[in-house]
Design a protein around this ligand. Structure first.
Ligand code: ARG
Length: 308
């Protein structure tokens, strides 16, 4: 093996050793506690939604602007909407966690680069079906009291109609004109059946979509909240938050008979596991390969240099 071979060995070895990224499904290590407390919402308290991230687009080497929301689901994986990642390059995206203040990040804030965008292969920009993307973070996200992943539901486990879920984001706080808040906002919305939602929208909601909001409007996500989480408690009385929705679209914002439409996460858990897992396995195999590679190289090198 030549010098280039050794170099390749070393590089794969170092890259693969740094891998660590299990997805949490119904995991325990989540700090956020459902608290009854966007449009019609209120300011969120730092640490209450430790999975909430800012999806930033680099505008210059030192500046970045908020495009969407996102959710931390594992040490190396972030979930967002496909309409947030379309036509963007991973090198232009940053994610920030552990903060509610948009302009003056708290000391708990951490920013990470993105090394790969895994957009759902069947995302349709016309129908907005399969509005879901995974972002692979370039580094392990450091968990703290302010930064924690949110567990995913089990594949196919539907969130019951009327469950009160919490929506969060830095999107517009006004339906008429765009007014962006300085702080993360939160609000509560009940889950609406797909039948009811289809009637109000005069078009059929897919089983992969989830509607939430009020018949009379008033409380809703809006422009800028997209890609962010809709977190629902596991039991009516509270309990652990699970990521059930990804903010996708709506007819205006907070209008009557126009609830927010979210990507139904429980329909994509298998896709998420396969997508994150194949990267996991690939890197796992590489780890073994890289070690074997190094050992073989060392042996060859030793035998070549042995003086007989
Ligand atoms: N598409 C919007 C965005 O990019 C989210 C809109 C949500 N609208 C609603 N009425 N719930 O931020």
């Amino acid at each position: 093996m030549n010098f280039i071979g050794l170099l390749q060995c070393l590089v794969t070895f170092v890259i693969t050793l740094s891998w660590n990224g299990q997805v949490v499904t119904n995991g325990q290590d989540v700090v956020g506690n459902p608290q009854p407390k966007i449009i019609g919402g209120e300011q969120a308290i730092l640490g209450d939604f430790p999975w909430q991230g800012m999806f930033l687009q680099r505008t210059s080497p030192s500046q970045a602007s908020l495009v969407c929301g996102c959710s931390l689901i594992a040490t190396r994986w972030v979930l967002t909407a496909a309409h947030c990642t379309i036509d963007r390059q991973s090198s232009d995206i940053l994610v920030r966690f552990g903060t509610v203040d948009k302009y003056n990040p708290e000391s708990s804030a951490k920013e990470y680069k993105i090394e790969r965008i895994c957009q759902h292969p069947e995302y349709d920009p016309n129908t907005l079906l399969n509005d879901i993307s995974l972002l692979r973070v370039a580094d392990n996200v450091q968990y703290s009291s302010y930064i924690q992943p949110i567990p995913l539901p089990n594949q196919g486990a539907q969130v019951p109609v009327n469950t009160t879920c919490t929506i969060t984001g830095w999107g517009s706080i006004s339906a008429q004109i765009q007014i962006l808040p300085d702080y993360l906002m939160e609000a509560e919305v009940p889950v609406i059946s797909n039948d009811q939602c289809s009637q109000w929208y005069l078009s059929t909601m897919a089983t992969t979509q989830l509607c939430a909001g009020y018949k009379e409007g008033g409380i809703d996500t809006c422009q800028g909240d997209s890609g962010g989480p809709m977190a629902c408690p596991t039991a009516p009385s509270g309990g652990q938050y699970i990521l059930q929705g990804i903010t996708s679209y709506g007819r205006g914002c907070a209008q009557a008979f126009s609830p927010g439409v979210y990507t139904r996460v429980s329909e994509y858990v298998t896709w998420i596991e396969v997508t994150t897992g194949s990267a996991n396995r690939l890197f796992g195999t590489n780890k073994v390969l890289a070690s074997v590679c190094l050992v073989v190289y060392t042996l060859l090198h030793l035998s070549n240099n042995a003086a007989f």
